[in-house]
Design a protein around this ligand. Sequence first.
Ligand SMILES: NC(=O)c1ccc[n+]([C@@H]2O[C@H](COP(=O)([O-])OP(=O)(O)OC[C@H]3O[C@@H](n4cnc5c(N)ncnc54)[C@H](O)[C@@H]3O)[C@@H](O)[C@H]2O)c1
Length: 455
Amino acid sequence: MSQRKRSKGLGSSQMTDGEEDFSPSQVERYSQDQVNQKVSELVQFLLVKDQKKMPIKKADMLKSVFGKYRSCKEYKDFYSEIVNKAGRTLQEVFGLQLVEIDTKCPTYILINNLPRAEGKYPCRDKEKEKMGLLLVILSFIFMKGNSVKDSALWEFLNLLRVYPGYLEMISIPLTDPREFKFQWGPRAEKETSKKDVLNFVAKGLVALVTGGGSGLGRATVERLVQHGARVVLLDLPTSAGGQLAQELGEHCAFAPADVTSPKEVGAALAVAQKQFGRLDLAVNCAGIGIAVKTYNSKKDKVHDLEDFQRVINVNLVGTFNVIRLSAQLMSQNKPDADGHRGLLVNTASVAAFEGQVGQAAYSASKGGIVGMTLPIARDLAPLGIRVVTIAPGLFSTPLLAGLPEKVRNFLGQQVPFPSRLGDPAEYAHLVQALAENPMINGEVVRLDGALRMQP
Ligand SMILES: NC(=O)c1ccc[n+]([C@@H]2O[C@H](COP(=O)([O-])OP(=O)(O)OC[C@H]3O[C@@H](n4cnc5c(N)ncnc54)[C@H](O)[C@@H]3O)[C@@H](O)[C@H]2O)c1
């Protein structure tokens, strides 16, 4: 670590995950004051992480305290002292308890331990929003050394997206000068029941994403992992899936497999069961496409039957293969209060409805996925397993990235609104929304900006 960085001292407010300035030779030399600074930094780190309502990994805590030396074994005792002190500070100052929720892969959450007041006290249920916001503001003031400028506080609240959404400023009509009122936004109620959110995240959704090495599947894997899920990424051995799984770390496992192979898909599901304990969500993104006319009269060439069968086999049969085997594993899940055991998401295409010239095989395969969505949802309803199909329009994945920019722009302009190609992150966002909304089942959802393909 450079001297320049070290000269910032322990008091510098480094709340990022960046490398730190704690080297082995320095540990013994630090005074109690400096240790307390470290405790304070860890408290800051935990408070900031807690705002995202995501469990906090021990590895990240270590990194925040020791920077690049986090793996040094001799720090074990020292680290424990710092964590214990940070835990005490959190408890005493904020009423937050640092709780380890996973001992295998040490992960912590902060739980609000303030006593629940009855009656007239501000902590009662319908006032939870105020308590949530108050805690955020108090935490920020503490982090900034007990005093902050008004503007800095607003900036921080903006950064956390407290405003708007959580807190909303509404202009009062017919006032001059204009006056505003504050009211709780739709997020306020949801996000103050933080313990529930944390419990949900801590439960850790386990997902299988096929075609997870590229495009829509890749974005889905990334989003799910970012939101605390553990994911088995299924893709061909030649795909970029292995590398992505490695980058995402222990919450993602790569299972090289072909979706059309019962044995290989079975092996991928065994990874989910062995490594993560179960399966809650399977997302079918693996797919291929070809553009061949049924009969090309100019070249006097008929569509190759094997090509047709290959597309049907990967897109339709492969999807069904993953569905049937995933459903078997999901059926072993303990149902939630609603009787829900899992969700299967498939990827069709708008080509299922408006196939273009040369898309006979592709449209047939996607039409098959649309067609089987309802009967499979009906088959699996008694088990509490939902089935939903997404029919994307035009998305900016490697498939389209290879086209010249002019063509991409042209394609984007065909979309009524927003007039652009879809972002794979928007597909991933819909997968998450489907997972969170238990009422959607047996349905095909178009995700296409109102696009209707021309012949
Ligand atoms: N990108 C779009 O605009 C768009 C639009 C509509 C529908 N879709 C559908 O969305 C899905 C994903 O498309 P994308 O654009 O992300 O494609 P992509 O080519 O970027 O990714 C597809 C992935 O599937 C994998 N795959 C292919 N065959 C496989 C097999 N037999 N077994 C396992 N994995 C296999 C590939 O290795 C690749 O990683 C496809 O089903 C596609 O038809 C895409």
